[in-house]
Design a protein around this ligand. Structure first.
Ligand code: ADP
Ligand code: MG
Length: 236
């Protein structure tokens, strides 16, 4: 679904992406896992079109999107600090993308109800973002990103700002959402436990390169090198 081929991105003489190639299969929930500064966000932002690599090619759904602006890439995006429309209810926030696309009202109604139910916010549709907890707000953000049926859902540390208990709860919601909607999802995280728990594939990044790609099981059982082994932590 997503192919990154030989991507390079330099900031000054620092290589944030170093001739990086990665294939992300359709329908997968792939985690980009690595320490701070390893290039995870730069890679995700390049897939989103928010950043343009200096060289390399990116395709989404078989289409070359290199140089194509974000709004023409058929993606949904959720950041750590999500900017909801404060003056709109939860329902209107989720419906926003469909409204600007002038979809018929009954279709909007149906889609919004469906998504709010999946993320457990069906009782909260008339609240405003300020009346939600941090975890509920990120669930709303997920629903909003998915409302327009993007081909790809891109998540950059979406739970990073929340406490451990809420983060764990959100993993369960994300897993559930992914099982229901099957959208190809890329999750940036520096949290090994989160990646091992929620992803079906993990790409381990270090210094702008991929150290290993595999299932959580692959990485845990047969780490490719010392970096992967030490980053995933001692095997229990
Ligand atoms: P990660 O998300 O893994 O923490 P990033 O992709 O955000 O890493 O950043 C990788 C490296 O590139 C970091 O060292 C960061 O300082 C640098 N970098 C990222 N964006 C910029 C930018 N806009 N200008 C200068 N340096 C940047
Ligand atoms: Mg980052």
């Amino acid at each position: 679904m997503i192919s990154v081929i030989g991507a390079n991105k330099n900031f000054g003489d620092f290589a944030a992406l170093d001739n990086l190639s990665l294939d992300i299969p359709a329908g997968s929930l792939t985690a980009l896992l690595g320490p701070s500064g390893s290039g995870k966000s730069t890679l995700l932002r390049s897939i989103a079109g928010l950043e343009n690599p200096d060289s390399g090619t990116i395709t989404i759904g078989g289409k070359d999107v290199t140089g194509v602006p974000p709004q023409k890439r058929d993606i949904g995006f959720v950041f750590q600090h999500y900017a909801a429309f404060k003056h709109m209810t939860v329902r209107d926030n989720v419906a926003f993308g469909l409204k600007i696309r002038k979809r018929p009202k009954p279709e909007i109604e149906k889609k919004v109800n469906e998504l709010l139910e999946i993320v457990g916010l069906d009782g909260f549709q008339h609240r405003y973002p300020a009346q939600l907890s941090g975890g509920q707000r990120q669930r709303m953000a997920l629903a909003r990103a998915l409302a327009v049926d993007p081909q790809v859902l891109l998540l950059d540390e979406p739970f990073g700002a929340l406490d451990a208990k809420v983060r764990e709860d959100l993993r369960t919601w994300l897993r559930r959402l992914h099982d229901e909607v099957h959208v190809t999802t890329v999750l940036v995280t520096h949290d090994q436990e989160e990646a091992l728990d929620v992803a079906d594939r993990i790409a381990v990044l270090n210094k702008g390169r991929i150290e290993q790609v595999g299932t959580p099981r692959d990485l845990y059982d047969t780490p490719a090198n010392d970096f992967v082994m030490s980053f995933l932590g001692p095997v229990a």
